[in-house]
Design a protein around this ligand. Structure first.
Ligand code: TXA
Ligand code: MG
Length: 319
């Protein structure tokens, strides 16, 4: 592990080539995706994958998402049942992760899947990420690029503030467009399970695949991302109502809150800004000595479900 600040790479040809080279050397590179920044390493390299867990301070039972450039690469690693094929055709590349049966001899480090017989795969849409995946030519494991349990990173600055010298480089492509992590789906014999709400709305999934079964029980570790306290700022987060004098207020829709997810009440804008605003609120609370962050109600529909999921976890009691 180096003690210097990470190299900042541009999303141009030399930057992309350098990111791919570092991955090939077993390096840790923060890469932009359309959802959030990922903390990326070669998914076949045990030491490199171990460095992801170490850098995040992540419990090793929580497996990682593997990022791939195309369906051919998916089929080398996992089985793709018919239902998964339809979802892939409809929503990849994009903010969707599928949990699929792992193929024998897929060549992934067992640390990636934490020993499970399944693997979480995603074809991201971000052009810089896709370019790195193509230049690298192998599977890339990448959880969100934040210390475990803290607010996800939607800008290179967030990555550097949270992980700093623990990463070798950050490919800075500006803010992420979607702003919340991918929707995680597990197709199975008993139908389609929704393991995590995310950037692809449940409504869109159901339009293609029919009704999903929700399997997002907080606290259930076997299901993804589901340690209940997560995305936590430095001060407590309270949900609903108006901010008291000693709180930093985050609004949604017209109003006079300190910060606003979307003045016009637009859920797409609110999702894109969510983590950035939580980082800002955290800094504001520290600067003012405020005791808490108060977030206004967000409608529980479309992307609002993914937003509310992140907010509930940010507000959950901490150990
Ligand atoms: O948008 C995203 O999904 C971002 C970007 C970087 O791709 N990644 C991300 O990764 O959010 P992470 O590691 O923070 O969340 C991945 C989730 C974890 O909660 C993990 O439990 C779940 O995926 N997961 C991974 N493999 C799984 C599996 N085989 N079965 C069930 N859940 C799995
Ligand atoms: Mg995460």
């Amino acid at each position: 592990m180096s003690a210097k600040t990470p190299t900042r790479l541009e999303p141009d040809e030399p930057g992309i080539a350098e990111a791919a080279r570092l991955l090939g050397e077993g390096g840790l590179v923060a890469l932009p995706t359309e959802t959030v920044y990922g903390l990326a390493a070669d998914a076949r390299n045990d030491r490199a994958v171990a460095r992801i867990y170490e850098a995040k301070g992540r419990p090793s039972f929580n497996p990682l998402i593997v990022h791939l450039p195309d369906l051919a690469a998916v089929e080398e690693i996992a089985e793709l049942p018919g239902a998964a094929r339809d979802l892939a055709a409809a929503f990849w590349p994009g903010p969707m992760t599928l949990v699929l049966p792992l193929r024998e001899g897929a060549g992934l480090s067992p640390l990636v899947t934490a020993g499970l017989p399944t693997v979480a795969l995603r074809l991201p849409a971000h052009p810089a990420m896709r370019a790195v995946l193509e230049a690298f030519g192998g599977p890339v494991a990448a959880p969100s690029a934040n210390p475990s349990g803290r607010i996800s990173a939607t800008r290179a600055e967030h990555v550097i503030a949270g992980l700093g010298h623990r990463v070798d480089a950050v490919l800075d492509a500006g803010p992420c467009a979607v702003g919340v992590e991918s929707t995680i789906l597990a197709p199975g014999e008993t139908g389609l399970r929704l393991l995590r709400e995310g950037g692809l709305t449940r409504e869109n999934v159901e339009a293609v695949a029919g009704p999903v079964t929700e399997d997002v029980t907080p606290g259930k570790v076997e299901a993804p991302g589901q340690l209940s306290s997560h995305y936590a700022p430095g001060v407590p987060v309270r949900l609903g109502g108006n901010a008291e004098a000693e709180e930093v207020g985050i609004g949604f829709g017209p109003g006079t809150a300190d910060l606003n997810l979307s003045e016009t009440g637009d859920l797409v804008e609110a999702a894109a800004r969510l983590f950035d605003i939580l980082h800002e609120a955290d800094a504001l609370a520290a600067a003012r000595g405020a005791g808490a962050i108060r977030v206004a109600d967000v409608p529980d529909e479309g992307l609002g479900r993914a937003i509310n999921d992140r907010l509930r976890r940010a507000a959950a009691p901490r150990d």
